[in-house]
Design a protein around this ligand. Structure first.
Ligand code: G1P
Length: 286
C-alpha cells in the first residue's frame, strides 16, 4: 500500500525575504493558489490520501491552510452568494485527505526531514512518496507523481523525477547515473561538474520503497554537513529497482525568484480571464 506523501516544509525560505518573514514560502501563490496546495492536489491525483507535513513550529500557517475553512468566512460568502469563492475556499483540501504533522525543530537536512516524516508512515506501507513543494511541475493530465505511481503499478519499479540540466548547474542538485536498462546505478548530492556522473538532475518527486525510512536512520551528514535524502536513496540502489522518470511538462524552481516569476507568468497566460489582456500588455511592455 502506498498512500502517504511526505512534504518536508520546515525550510527557512530565506531567498524570499522579506516575503517569508511571516509567510511560509510554501504559501506563496502561483496566481491564486499556494504552492502547498498545488502539491497536495498533485499528490491526491496520484492516490495519496495521507499527507505528512514535516514542519517547523514557526510555520503554523501551513497547517492552517490544510484545515477546515473559517466558518465565519463560509457564512459570509454564502450570504453574499459568492459561489466561485466559496468553491475555491471549500475545495482547498480534498475530502477524505488526512494530514499528519511532524515537527522538525532543527534544519538538519532533507534526509533528516524525510526520516522524521517516516514516523507517521503506516507500518504496512510498502512505499512512500516525497514531494518538494517548491519544485512546481506544471504537467498535462494527472501530473508527475501520478505517472510515477503508474510506473510502479505497471513494473514494480520505484522512481525519482529527473531532468537534464547544464553541467554548470549540477552542483545544485542530486545527480544520477543509469545502467543500460534505465535503473539508477549511482547518485551523488550536489557534485562538482567534474565529479558528476551525468547531467540528469533529480527534481522534487520521489516514489520510494518504505525501506528508505530505516536507511535514513543510518545516514551520516553529507554534502553541506546535512543528512541527505540522496545518501539514503544511494544506500538502496543495490537492492531496489529505482528508476529515473523523465516527466512530462515543465518544472519551475519556485525556490528561486526567477522560477517563481516564470511559473506565475505561465499560469496567468493560461487563465481565461487574464490571458488575452496580459498577452496584449506584455507585447506593449516588452
Ligand atoms: C534538494 C535535494 C536535491 C534535489 C533538489 C531538487 O536540494 O537535496 O537532491 O536535486 O532538492 O530541487 P535543495 O534544493 O533542497 O538544496
Amino acid at each position: 500500500m502506498i498512500n502517504t506523501v511526505i512534504l518536508p516544509v520546515a525550510g527557512l525560505g530565506t531567498r524570499f525575504l522579506p516575503a517569508t518573514k511571516s509567510v511560509p514560502k510554501e504559501l506563496l501563490p502561483v496566481v491564486d493558489k499556494p504552492l502547498l496546495q498545488y502539491a497536495v492536489e498533485e499528490a491526491w491525483r496520484a492516490g495519496m490520501t495521507h499527507v505528512v507535513l514535516v514542519n517547523s513550529p514557526k510555520k503554523q500557517g501551513l497547517e492552517t491552510h490544510l484545515q477546515a475553512a473559517d466558518p465565519e468566512l463560509v457564512a459570509d460568502l454564502t450570504a453574499k452568494g459568492k459561489q466561485d469563492l466559496l468553491d475555491a475556499l471549500l475545495g482547498t483540501v480534498p475530502e477524505g485527505l488526512t494530514v499528519s504533522v511532524v515537527m522538525q525543530p532543527q534544519a538538519l537536512g532533507l534526509g533528516h526531514a524525510v526520516g522524521l516524516g517516516g514516523t507517521a508512515v503506516p507500518s504496512d506501507a510498502t512505499g512512500v512518496a516525497v514531494m518538494l513543494v517548491d519544485d512546481f511541475i506544471d504537467a498535462p493530465d494527472a501530473g508527475c507523481l501520478s505517472d510515477m505511481v503508474a510506473l510502479h503499478d505497471d513494473t514494480g519499479a520505484w522512481s525519482l523525477a529527473v531532468e537534464e540540466v547544464p553541467m554548470t548547474q549540477v552542483h545544485r542538485y542530486g545527480v544520477v547515473s543509469l545502467n543500460d536498462s534505465g535503473r539508477i546505478q549511482a547518485m551523488v548530492e550536489k557534485p562538482f561538474a567534474e565529479d558528476a556522473p551525468s547531467n540528469l538532475a533529480v527534481v522534487g518527486r520521489y516514489l520510494l520503497p518504505a525501506a528508505i525510512i530505516s536507511a535514513l536512520a543510518d545516514v551520516k551528514p553529507g554534502a553541506g554537513g546535512e543528512i541527505q535524502l540522496t545518501d539514503g536513496i544511494a544506500a538502496l540502489l543495490a537492492d531496489y529497482d529505482i528508476r529515473a522518470h523523465r516527466f512530462s511538462g515543465v518544472r519551475y524552481d519556485c525556490g528561486s525568484k526567477l522560477g517563481y516569476a516564470q511559473a506565475n507568468m505561465a499560469l496567468a497566460l493560461r487563465d481565461p480571464a487574464m490571458a488575452q489582456p496580459l498577452r496584449a500588455w506584455l507585447k506593449e511592455f516588452l
